[in-house]
Write a protein that binds this ligand. Structure first.
Ligand code: FAD
Ligand code: SF4
Length: 506
C-alpha cells in the first residue's frame, strides 16, 4: 500500500513537498478539478483556464515520469464538486497508508485539510510549502521581535540571510534600495516590446470550451489567452522578459500608458504562484544577469525586492494575521463596490483603462492595481471585503495569501497600518504624472472642484478630512495634513460637498 498524494492547482512544482519521497510504483497522485474551487468567487475566465490547463499539463508530465495519476475532470459524471468529496471517493478507489498534502495558499483550505484529520481514518500529513525563502515560522520569528512591521526591514534580513545581492555584509552597489531611480515617466517615443504569449494547444482549447459552457457569465474575455501553462513555457517567458524588457523594468516600474498593458513588467506572477517557476531560480537568474553586465543594478534590485521582499513579506503577514485579518476594516468602509468594476463602463479614463486591461488579459500591473482601482476604492470608502473578493476574482495570479494583504493592507489601509506605513492614496496629479490617461478623459485633472474636475482631486481631500482623527498623527501623512490645516472651513466644505455629490452618482 502506498501514499495518496494530493496536488492542488497552485502546487504544480516537481519539488513540491507532497511529492518528496514519492514512489511511482506504490503511490498515487490525485488531482481534482472541482466546482467549489472554480466558483467560490466568480473567477476571470482566463484564470480558470490557466489553473485547469496547467493542472492537466502537469498531470501528463507526472505520468510521463512514471507516476500513477488519478485525475478527476470538472465534467466527470461522478465528480462531487468539492475537494473533500473527491478525497473521500479517492479513498474508496485506492488502498493507502496515508494522505500527503502540502499546506495550501488559503486559510479556508488549511481548515479543510485540518478537518480531514478528524474526518478520515487514514492519517493526513500536512507538509510545509518549502517553495518560499521564508517559512511561516521564520516570518513569525522576525515578526515577534517587532512592534512595527515594515517590508524594508524584513527584506534586508532576507538579503543577508540568503546572501542575495550582497558584497560581504554590505549591500551590492552600496545601497539597499534603488527605488528613487525607479519612478520615471515613459518618454513619448519609447518602444514598448511585444511580449511572448503562448498559443493555446489542444488541452487549453478543450478547457476554453469547458469554461465557455460552465462559466459563460463570469468576468473577463475568453479570447487572447496566452499565459504559460507548462514549466517550459514559463521558462521561455522568463527568458524573453530578461532579453527584451528587464533592463527598463526598474526605470518604468510605476509608469502607465494607454493601450499598453504589460510595459516592462515580468508577467511571472501567475507562473510563480501556481508553481511553474520558483522564486529562488528567478532571483538567481536576475543576479546572474547583473553579474554578466546584461541588466543594470536598479532593475535587478527593484525586481528582487518585489520577490524576496514584498512577496515573502506579504505571505508572512497573511499567515501571521489570519483569520481575523480577513475582516479588518479600520477606516470603516461601507460603500458597495461600484458596478463599473465588473463592466468597465465609466467616464473615468484611468479606471476604464485599468479595468479594461484586466478584462482582456486577467492582468494589470502593480501601479494600476494600487494607484488606480485600489486608490479609487479607498477614496470612496468601499467595504474592504467587497474589493478584496473582486481582486481575488479578476487576476490570473490571485491566490488569497498574496491577494488579501495587498488589498486590505496596501490598497485600503484597512489593517490600520500593520503592513504599510501609510495609505497609498493620491489625487489625479499622481496619475497624470505617471500616465497619459488624463489626456483622453472627460474630466480635467487641472481642476480641483466642480462637475468638470477630476474626481480623484476632491475625493483625495474628502478622504483626508473624513479620516483626520485616524491619520493626522501618521508622520508620513504630515505634509497633506499641514496643507489641510491651512484651509478655512469654507474650502474644506467645498471638497466635502463635491465628494458627496460625486458619491451620489455611483
Ligand atoms: P512585476 O512587476 O514584474 O514584479 C515581479 C514579481 O514580484 C511579481 O511577479 C510578484 O511575484 C512579485 N511582486 C511584486 N509586487 C508584489 C506585491 N506587492 N506582493 C507580492 N508579490 C509582489 N500579486 C499576486 O501575485 N497575486 C495577487 O493576487 C495580487 N493582488 C494584488 C492586489 C493589489 C490590490 C495590489 C496592489 C497588488 C497585488 N499583487 C498581487 C502584487 C502585484 O501587483 C503583482 O504581483 C504584479 O502586478 C504581478 O505582475 P508581474 O509578474 O508583471 O510583476
Ligand atoms: Fe483619472 Fe482624473 Fe486623469 Fe480622468 S482626469 S484619467 S479620472 S486621474
Amino acid at each position: 500500500m502506498g501514499v495518496l498524494r494530493l496536488l492542488l492547482g497552485d502546487q504544480l512544482s516537481a519539488h513540491i513537498s507532497a511529492l518528496q519521497g514519492a514512489s511511482p510504483n506504490d503511490d498515487t497522485v490525485v488531482m481534482f478539478e472541482v466546482m467549489e474551487e472554480c466558483s467560490y468567487v466568480p473567477h476571470h475566465k482566463q484564470k480558470i483556464i490557466l489553473f485547469l490547463s496547467a493542472m492537466r499539463h502537469f498531470a501528463l508530465e507526472l505520468q510521463n515520469k512514471g507516476f500513477t495519476v488519478d485525475y478527476v475532470k470538472l465534467d466527470d459524471k461522478e465528480n462531487t464538486g468539492s475537494l473533500t468529496g473527491e478525497i473521500k471517493r479517492a479513498l474508496q478507489r485506492h488502498r493507502v497508508t496515508s494522505i500527503a498534502v502540502t499546506e495550501p495558499g488559503e486559510w479556508r483550505i488549511q481548515e479543510m485539510f485540518e478537518s480531514w484529520k478528524a474526518h478520515f481514518e487514514t492519517p493526513v500529513q500536512i507538509l510545509p510549502d518549502t517553495r518560499f525563502f521564508a517559512s511561516k515560522e521564520r516570518f513569525k520569528r522576525w515578526a515577534e521581535r517587532r512592534k512595527i512591521w515594515r517590508m524594508e526591514h524584513f527584506y534586508r534580513e532576507m538579503r543577508k540571510e540568503h546572501k542575495v545581492l550582497m558584497n560581504g555584509d554590505k549591500p551590492l552597489g552600496g545601497t539597499w534600495n534603488f527605488d528613487t531611480e525607479n519612478r520615471k515617466k515613459l518618454p513619448r517615443d519609447i518602444k514598448i516590446p511585444n511580449r511572448l504569449r503562448h498559443k493555446p494547444d489542444t488541452i487549453t482549447k478543450d478547457i476554453t470550451r469547458l469554461v465557455s459552457e460552465k462559466f459563460p457569465n463570469n468576468f473577463g474575455s475568453l479570447e487572447g489567452f496566452g499565459w504559460p501553462v507548462t514549466r517550459n513555457q514559463a521558462l521561455q517567458s522568463l527568458e524573453h522578459f530578461f532579453e527584451i524588457a528587464f533592463t527598463k523594468f526598474g526605470d518604468y516600474q510605476d509608469s502607465m500608458k494607454e493601450g499598453e498593458i504589460f510595459l516592462f513588467h515580468s508577467l511571472i506572477s501567475p507562473s510563480l504562484n501556481i508553481g511553474l517557476l520558483s522564486p529562488r531560480e528567478v532571483c538567481e537568474a536576475a543576479e546572474l544577469a547583473l553579474s554578466e553586465g546584461k541588466v543594470p543594478i536598479n532593475a535587478v534590485e527593484g525586481f528582487i525586492r518585489q520577490i524576496l521582499g514584498w512577496r515573502e513579506y506579504i505571505r508572512g503577514v497573511y499567515w501571521e494575521l489570519m483569520p481575523q485579518y480577513a475582516s479588518c476594516n479600520s477606516l470603516s468602509g461601507k460603500r458597495s463596490l461600484p458596478e463599473f468594476y465588473w463592466t468597465g463602463v465609466t467616464d473615468l479614463a484611468c479606471l476604464r483603462e485599468a479595468i479594461g486591461s484586466t478584462h482582456k488579459t486577467a492582468y494589470s500591473h502593480h501601479i494600476q492595481r494600487l494607484m488606480i482601482t485600489g486608490n479609487f476604492a479607498a477614496l470612496i470608502g468601499v467595504e474592504p471585503r467587497q474589493l478584496e473578493r473582486w481582486y481575488l476574482a479578476v487576476y490570473a495570479d490571485a491566490i488569497e495569501w498574496v491577494e488579501m494583504p495587498n488589498t486590505l493592507g496596501m490598497a485600503l489601509f484597512a489593517d490600520g497600518g500593520k503592513m504599510a506605513s501609510k495609505p497609498y492614496i493620491s489625487s489625479g496629479s499622481y496619475i497624470n504624472r505617471m500616465s497619459d490617461f488624463c489626456a483622453g478623459c472627460k474630466y480635467s485633472v487641472q481642476k480641483k472642484n466642480g462637475a468638470e474636475a477630476c474626481p480623484f482631486n476632491y475625493l483625495y481631500w474628502g478622504y483626508l478630512i473624513r479620516h483626520e482623527s485616524q491619520l493626522a498623527q501618521n508622520p508620513r501623512m504630515a505634509m497633506p495634513y499641514r496643507t489641510l490645516r491651512s484651509w478655512d472651513d469654507e474650502t474644506k466644505n467645498t471638497y466635502l460637498h463635491d465628494t458627496e455629490e460625486f458619491l451620489k452618482t455611483l
